[in-house]
Design a protein around this ligand. Structure first.
Ligand code: UDP
Length: 231
């Protein structure tokens, strides 16, 4: 794999704190991504926003407005994580699908690929720019657009299970599963829109736990212990 898109869930960024950022977790991500970049791999990053806000959980305000707040939460996450990456010695650029003043650059495929060629780690903040979508869907969309070889899905949980392991202690983790099976079994490891886009555009995924030691690097070097999603 030469070019990958790494999706970090917001919840995973918060570590044990559940909200906000856990600096040690983010530094751990930066150290691992630097290793990939030093090995010549092009890395694009999408962060979720669940450590700040999720549009669908608000019962009071309008869904469109709630989702706009969610998208802005992902912008804050990307600004934070990209600066941690800079601290760790990488060059970075944050793209958004809407104008954020001088904080970010406006996304285009050409600009994103040019930044990757310059050796930058690029961040896609703000999801798709539209409500009623998730950052998983935004991540798959961008992975397809930049012609990534695969999507690496770093989650607070270490793979895809046949049921929720927090609820069912005998839940079984899959080593490998097809995206069609995820859709048929309604496993919700990624949301349905994202799953269908992966299926239609043949984008494979590797799902693993962000909190597992060295999990991002291991995903790329073959000693992977998460779930491989085939297309
Ligand atoms: N969101 C949106 N459109 C997008 C991507 C995200 O409206 O294209 C909003 C939505 O409200 C979502 C929130 O941003 O709940 C945070 O994203 P998500 O829940 O996917 O974050 P994660 O669960 O990965 O941390």
């Amino acid at each position: 794999m030469k070019r990958v898109l790494l999706k970090l869930s917001g919840e995973a960024l918060a570590g044990d704190k559940k909200t906000g950022f856990d600096e040690a977790t983010c530094m751990g991500v930066a150290r691992q991504v630097k290793q990939l970049v030093d090995d010549g791999i092009q890395v694009a990053v999408v962060t979720g926003g669940g450590n700040f806000w999720r549009g669908r959980t608000s019962e009071t305000i309008d869904r469109v407005k709630a989702d706009q707040i969610g998208m802005l939460a992902t912008v804050m996450n990307c600004i934070y994580v990209s600066d941690i990456f800079r601290y760790a010695g990488m060059k970075t650029e944050v793209f958004t699908p809407f104008v954020c003043g001088a904080f970010t650059a406006l996304f285009s495929k050409d600009a994103a690929l040019a930044a990757l060629e310059e050796g930058k780690v690029i961040f896609f903040a703000g999801g798709t720019g539209h409500p009623y979508f998730s950052t998983d869907t935004g991540a798959v969309l961008r992975a397809i657009e930049i012609e990534a070889d695969a999507m690496l899905l770093a989650k607070a949980i270490d793979g895809i299970y046949d049921s929720d392991p927090k609820v069912n202690p005998s839940a079984k983790k899959y080593d490998e599963i097809s995206i069609q099976e995820i859709i048929d079994k309604k496993l919700m490891a990624v949301d349905l829109t994202a799953s269908i886009m992966c299926l239609e555009n043949k984008m494979p995924m590797l799902v693993f736990g962000l909190n597992e030691e060295n999990s991002i690097v291991e995903t790329m070097t073959g000693t992977f212990s998460g779930t491989k999603v085939t297309v």
